[in-house]
Design a protein around this ligand. Structure first.
Ligand SMILES: [Zn+2]
Ligand SMILES: [Zn+2]
Ligand SMILES: [Zn+2]
Length: 547
């Protein structure tokens, strides 16, 4: 036991693909698998490698990690009685749970050092939140940049530690511990290989005590296993109520949880934020000065525009810093290029920009730097361009300089791509707030007080409300769109909100049309992204206005 904890290391499973996870509690060794022609025979290791002093565990054969690399894992119980219950489904889960509850990692006494945080050597597979080390209770996040271990206890939070981590970090894949009852196994859909644990569930065979993992979309919905002996209506998600199912990942015992570090949801938020810049950060780092400087909360009312600026300027700075960090960490190497020339005679480079487990996605207008570090016959080269489109094949089209420039056109492999971060939109926000504070003429008194949340007397604009609120070239407006148009035309400032697809863009275009027709001058339209401006401009143009 002792040596097992101390030698536990993160196995490198990056290149291994486990395509099948099967739990077989059928006791009969001579069981005929003829009905599973589509599936290959499970590996049935004869030697028990499960290290425990408990008798109940010796009945459970566990495949060692080297055997699982063959592509599948089978945990078969030698005891023929375990699945003799009347309900087969319940039998599978119960017998697995029974096997797991027999696992005992607390009774050696030598584990104290490991459980107690900050004392002695910390096991690598300890839950990074609370320190629990029981291999039956911990699971590894399989995101390549992460590979941290978390347990299945909720502690003081609403979700289990592993689910908390996956949600906050937007990671989705997990791998069981090599010493867990099912061995070192990446959880994935039997049919398509999907590893998103939030889509995965399990189903039991109709006649045998075997379980497979299947994803909800698309494999369950297209009944991918319909020809086989599986009852798809019995599909159950692996993550339920923000916790992994217990037969798959045990919840640490009350005693283990009491000895673990008590961590709040707020601490989890902070450490997850810290991991984005420093993946090895620990809870001690949270106590360092500077980490804890909370910005002022936003208010519903402000004294004046200076107070407003004091609250919002640091928030915009934080957002800008985060955006810069996210985008600049997106450099990709070994990019393969396809060269082309655009209609405007500019050089275009096409390439696939690998998507990773992050929230950043490229949009037209983004600025990228294309680099080539040089070789025996080419000197190093770089050029900055704009994304002009993303093709259906997920290719990025990057428009570079004029065709006469010096491009390494005979090279297609080994390029690098960096994101060029621009502060323009954040600079404009800061600039606008400063103008709002120092320049009395920047906005009307009504808008000034309205933005600061002061009580202001309703102020109607004397505008003729059009009899027909729609505009030529646009779809007919529905009743709530009509009332939005009327209301906006009579007020100096309005907010229209609605879920996606409810026609905010069409309504906005109709408003712009009527404002322009009232002949009070030009109308300035702005939106938070180039894509949104383009869509609005398209609709406005459809009304016949000059855009
Ligand atoms: Zn992770
Ligand atoms: Zn934990
Ligand atoms: Zn699938």
């Amino acid at each position: 036991m002792d040596s097992q904890y101390e030698t536990a290391s993160q196995p490198d499973t990056g290149n291994d693909v486990y395509t099948f996870l099967e739990f077989n509690t059928q006791g009969d060794e001579d069981f005929d698998y003829a009905e599973f022609q589509g599936l290959s025979q499970p590996i049935r290791p004869s030697a028990s490698v499960w290290p425990s002093s408990s008798d109940s565990v010796s009945a459970l054969d566990i495949a060692s990690s080297s055997e699982i690399r063959g592509g599948r894992v089978a945990a078969g119980a030698n005891n023929g009685n375990v699945s003799s219950g009347s309900s087969k489904d319940a039998g599978v889960v119960e017998s697995l749970a029974a096997g797991m509850s027999g696992l005992n990692f607390e009774d050696t006494g030598a584990d104290d050092e490991i459980f107690e945080y900050g004392k002695g050597e910390f096991a690598e597979h300890a839950c990074r939140y609370c320190g629990v080390t029981n291999p039956a209770c911990v699971i590894r996040c399989n995101a390549p940049s992460c590979r941290k271990w978390f347990c299945n206890s909720r502690g003081n939070t609403s979700g289990s530690h592993i689910v908390n981590h996956l949600v906050r970090s937007k990671h989705k894949e997990v791998c069981l511990h090599k010493d867990s009852p099912l061995g070192e196994t990446i959880l994935e859909c039997y049919n398509c290989g999907c590893r998103n644990v939030f889509l995965l569930g399990f189903i039991s065979a109709k006649t045998e005590s075997v379980v497979v993992l299947l994803c909800r979309e698309p494999c369950l919905s297209v009944s991918a296993l319909k020809d086989m002996n599986w009852d798809l209506s019995k599909w159950c998600p692996l993550v339920e109520d923000r916790c992994f199912l217990q037969w798959l990942l045990k919840v640490p015992s009350e005693q283990e949880q009491l000895r673990a570090r008590q961590i709040s949801a707020q601490q989890i938020n902070k450490i997850e934020e810290l991991w984005k810049t420093n993946p090895d950060a620990t809870f001690e780092d949270l106590e360092k000065p500077g980490v804890d400087d909370e910005p002022q909360p936003v208010a519903l009312k402000y004294e004046d525009a200076y107070q407003y600026q004091n609250v919002f300027a640091p928030l915009i700075k934080l957002e800008a810093d985060y955006d810069k960090m996210m985008k600049e960490s997106q450099s990709k190497d070994n990019i393969t290029i396809r060269w082309d020339v655009g209609l405007n005679k500019k050089r275009i480079a096409y390439f696939v920009f690998p998507k990773e487990d992050n929230e950043l996605r490229l949009v037209p207008g983004d600025e990228l730097r294309l680099r080539y570090s040089g070789d025996a016959v080419h000197s190093s080269w770089q050029s900055v361009g704009h994304v002009i489109k993303l093709t259906a094949q997920e290719e990025v089209a990057l428009e570079l300089g004029a065709i006469q420039q010096d491009f390494p056109l005979d090279v297609t492999h080994g390029f690098s791509v960096d994101f060029v971060w621009k502060s323009t939109s954040f600079d404009r926000m800061q600039g606008a707030m400063k103008t709002f504070a120092v320049d009395d003429t920047s906005v009307s008194g009504y808008i000034y007080h309205h933005l600061l949340g002061h009580e202001v007397e309703m102020h109607l604009v004397r505008n003729a409300v059009p009899r027909r609120c729609g505009a030529p070239g646009l779809p007919e407006l529905n009743a709530s769109q009509v009332s939005a148009v009327k209301s906006v035309l009579q007020r100096p400032i309005s907010l229209i909100q609605g879920p996606p697809g409810t026609g905010k863009t069409v309504t906005s275009a109709a408003i712009v049309y009527h404002m322009a027709k009232q002949g009070q001058g030009q109308v300035l339209v702005c939106a938070p992204s180039n894509v949104a401006v383009d869509q609005l401009a398209e609709k406005i143009s459809a009304t016949g206005l000059k855009v």
